[in-house]
Design a protein around this ligand. Structure first.
Ligand code: DGT
Ligand code: CA
Ligand code: CA
Length: 572
């Protein structure tokens, strides 16, 4: 049974929760949480890394002990230590600590005083009004719990695209193992490369529909089959992920792929265009009366309505059909257009690898340059660099740069934007850098007006080049700070600054809509992996996907250029 990053992360989180309830050492608890986060954000399958014998201690927050536990879970599906801890403390209790306001102490009290062992118990106790009587709880807190429990019931969680990939690969491998299956592909929002997906929509071609369905529902990770017919099935995996499968004959492949890729709004617009030409378009093909006139490939579907192929990332009915009809579809940027990474951390701040290791990894990806952007001093928890440490790093970069002719480390820094809009390092230091990547990392609670002013004031500094992760959001964790992004983009353009598309799958910031807004202003973006380890460099492709969803072409992206051209653009 394939073990996913998200599964291991969930085990570590559970372990951390249980240890917390047991009031274990908080550094130990934090180590498991950090490892869980690393795994969740890793753009690669850690099971594959183990299979390839790679060194897991290169990952952020993973030491020998955790690497051993990961390998154990990959091999056996279980973690002995978690089993031991769970034997002492009911492991369903752990889920309770994820409720806002319920720390380990309160969970312990609920368990000891009211016998609450899980979410259902808690909901019952809240309903019965028994929670308010506990010391340090009270009626107001009980009401908050009731609201939180209600909200959880309603919100279906969406998966980050990187997590979805992790689940998709196992599913596709399982389907592909059945000899009768010719094609298997994930369609839906996954193929459109949305930042999060609600469920996975898998399309397969097979002459024997029922046989394919039978094979699919027997996948080891299926927990429950929620719908089943001769050519379709819907299941829920043990992880809670929902998966739809449709099986079609190969002459319908293109039509079905188009239909299930969506979006729904795009489909409706295409179908309407077909109707205007006397055609009926559905998931089985393109029909003129009863006669099939196309549908083996997606290209045939588009051709039937007089359009060129529209890349899936654009299919949101945001003008792509009109653009296609008028021959002005963008020539979207691709990963192979990227010449270097402009957001890379090393061990000097909160990264895992050395300067030399990050450089070699970037070079191995075929990059011509990578900008070293360790944090500046204000970011104390990230071991931000003061002028002296930064100066030492710049000297080391000079030395390293003498060792390559085909690659260059760019001198940079992820400079904190201070509360008053000043930059965290003096100009005399910033002057030595090839470029700066500036970011807001604290004081998120300012008003939109004040936050916008703060950023624009920072951009007034002529050393300011790129605004990193402009909204500050963390997908599925926290919304961005309040800010008028349109004004920020305009301000950047007016001052000769640029903005980043942070490619980390938990950020993807700018989002697709603001990528397009930047393009409309003629404002170019950089795509940066925000790599904190050599593996992290591979997140670049998620940023490229996001840029494609924002209609960006190679020319719109700074780091598709050779360094001399990029340098000329950066000059203010
Ligand atoms: P998600 O799962 O919420 O991230 O978003 P999607 O786009 O994957 O949506 P989903 O899974 O509900 O459906 C997959 C595709 O199937 C969708 O993108 C378009 C197509 N589809 C679903 N329902 C309809 C419909 O009522 N009409 C049309 N024309 N297409 C539909
Ligand atoms: Ca879907
Ligand atoms: Ca679906």
């Amino acid at each position: 049974m394939p073990v996913h990053n998200a599964d291991i992360a969930a085990q570590f989180d559970r372990l951390a929760d249980l240890l917390e309830i047991e009031e274990a050492n908080r550094y130990r608890v934090r180590a498991y949480r950090r490892a869980a986060q690393t795994l969740r954000e890793l753009p690669e399958s850690v099971a594959t890394m183990v299979a390839e014998g790679r060194d897991l201690t290169e990952l952020p927050g993973i030491g020998e002990d955790l690497a051993g536990k990961i390998a154990e879970i990959v091999r056996t599906g279980r973690c002995r230590m978690l089993d031991e801890v769970a034997a002492r403390t009911p492991s369903t209790l752990a889920a309770l600590t994820s409720i806002a306001g319920l720390g380990p102490k309160r969970v312990q009290a609920l368990h000891e005083r009211l016998g609450v062992r899980n979410l259902d118990d808690l909901a019952r106790a809240v309903k019965a009004g028994r929670v308010r009587a506990l010391p340090r709880f009270g009626a107001a807190f009980e009401a908050r719990l009731a609201a939180e429990l209600g909200r959880r019931e309603r919100a279906a969680p969406r998966l980050r695209i990187s997590t979805a990939e992790d689940f998709a690969s196992g599913l596709l491998a399982h389907l592909g193992a059945l000899p009768g299956i010719e094609e298997e592909v994930v369609a839906g929002s996954f193929r459109r490369r949305k930042e999060t997906v609600g469920d996975l929509d898998i399309l397969a071609t097979c002459a024997d529909g029922p046989g394919a369905i039978e094979h699919f529902v027997r996948y080891e990770e299926v927990e429950r089959v929620t719908a089943r017919g001769p050519t379709r099935a819907a299941v829920i995996l043990k992880s809670g992920v929902q998966v739809d499968l449709r099986v079609v004959p190969s002459e319908s492949y293109g039509a079905a792929l188009h239909y299930f890729t969506g979006s729904k709004a795009h489909n409706i617009a295409i179908r309407r265009r077909g109707q205007a030409r006397g055609l009926k378009i559905n998931e089985y093909g393109v029909f003129e009366g009863k006669r099939r006139v196309g549908g083996r490939s997606e290209g045939e579907v588009f051709a039937a309505v007089g359009l060129p192929f529209i890349p899936p990332e654009l299919r949101e009915d945001r003008g792509e059909i009109e653009a296609a009809a008028e021959g002005r579809l963008p020539d979207l940027v691709t990963l192979s257009d990227i010449r270097g990474d402009l957001h890379v951390h090393t061990r000097a701040s909160d990264g895992r690898n050395t300067l030399a290791e990050m450089a070699e990894a970037a070079r191995a990806l075929g990059y011509a340059y990578a900008a070293v952007t360790d944090h500046s001093r204000h970011a104390t928890i990230a071991h931000g660099l003061d002028p002296e440490r930064l100066a030492a790093q710049l000297d080391e970069i000079d030395r390293l740069n003498e060792t390559w002719t085909d690659f260059r480390l760019l001198k940079s820094c992820e400079v904190d934007i201070l509360a008053d809009g000043r930059l965290d390092l003096p100009d005399r230091v910033l002057r030595r850098l090839d470029l700066t990547v500036c970011a807001v990392h604290y004081q998120f609670e300012l008003s939109a007006e004040a936050q916008t002013e703060r950023i624009l004031r920072a951009m007034d500094n002529r050393r300011f080049n790129i605004l990193a992760h402009p909204s500050g959001r963390l997908i599925g964790e926290r919304p961005g700070y309040a800010v008028d992004l349109d004004r920020v983009l305009e301000g950047a353009k007016a001052r000769g600054c640029f903005v980043e598309v942070n490619a980390h799958p938990s950020r993807l910031d700018l989002d697709d809509v603001h990528c397009r807004a930047a393009k409309a202003l003629g404002l170019r973006v950089s795509i940066g992996a925000d790599a904190h380890s050599t593996v992290g460099l591979r997140a670049m492709r998620f940023g490229v996907d996001q840029a494609r969803r924002g209609w960006l072409e190679a020319d719109d992206v700074l780091n598709t250029r050779a360094w001399p051209d990029l340098k000329a653009l950066l000059a203010r």
